[in-house]
Design a protein around this ligand. Structure first.
Ligand SMILES: C[S@@+](CC[C@H](N)C(=O)[O-])C[C@H]1O[C@@H](n2cnc3c(N)ncnc32)[C@H](O)[C@@H]1O
Length: 208
């Protein structure tokens, strides 16, 4: 469905900063879904240990298949089937966190809760990669994005048990946890954004 509707546009957002960020040793991918970002993480960070958390067993199975198809020798990934709202991540363990097209699934209070939990799992100076939809601040771009997102939420709420009925920008919650937006690129008339956030502290300290 993604390929039919968006081609490679979403994948370009997921991987926008992957070749620029510092080498990561412990990576957490949350709501990873089909595993396309996971495959690229394994390509870029060959020595890293990775934890891939998703609430859906079929999606985890799909991610496993995707990884096996592209990188049959990869053994460094631990797959965890869990609801991130309840999953207790290890403290200060990860120097890279990736949450792509994930926060758009949740209501505002859930986005805040997830960011609090994941921020506690971030090592000092960790990178956080986050690609998602957004609503630009004005003009035709804003109207276009609002229409597209309205249709998307109506469709996905009809087809799934999606908790959210609108987009919650995660920026203020990340800022509150000391994360600073380091880079952002936008695509598709501002409908898509790809972020690289940096956590507080110095990169490379306290890694497990
Ligand atoms: C919209 S998909 C995004 C998938 C992928 N990250 C991408 O870039 O396309 C959201 C993913 O989050 C997972 N998910 C939804 N709610 C979750 C939760 N509470 N805990 C963990 N994973 C969840 C879904 O199973 C799904 O794989």
């Amino acid at each position: 469905m993604e390929f039919l509707l968006a081609g490679e546009k979403l994948q370009r957002c997921r991987t926008a900063f992957l070749d620029e960020i510092p080498a990561a040793r412990n990576i957490l991918l949350v709501g990873e879904g089909h595993g396309r970002c996971l495959v690229e993480c394994c390509r870029r960070f060959k020595e890293a240990r990775m934890v891939c958390v998703d609430a859906s067993e079929p999606m985890l199975a799909q991610a496993r298949r995707e990884l096996k198809a592209h990188n049959p020798k990869a053994t460094q990934v631990e797959f965890i089937g869990a609801d991130v709202l309840n999953w207790p991540p290890p403290s200060k363990a990860f120097d890279l966190i990736a949450t792509n097209f994930f926060f758009d699934c949740f209501r505002e209070e859930q986005v805040e809760r997830i960011i609090c939990r994941l921020a506690a799992a971030a090592a000092p100076g960790a990178s956080w990669l986050l690609a998602d939809f957004q609503i630009p601040s004005g003009g035709l771009k804003r109207i276009r994005s609002r229409l597209i997102l309205w249709a998307m939420y109506a469709f996905f709420r009809m087809m799934t048990r999606l908790p959210a009925n609108r987009l919650t920008p995660p920026d203020s919650f990340l800022n509150r946890k000391g994360f600073v937006l380091h880079r952002r690129v936008e695509a598709e008339w501002g409908l898509l954004h790809s972020d690289w956030w940096r956590g507080p502290g110095q990169f490379g300290q306290d890694l497990v």
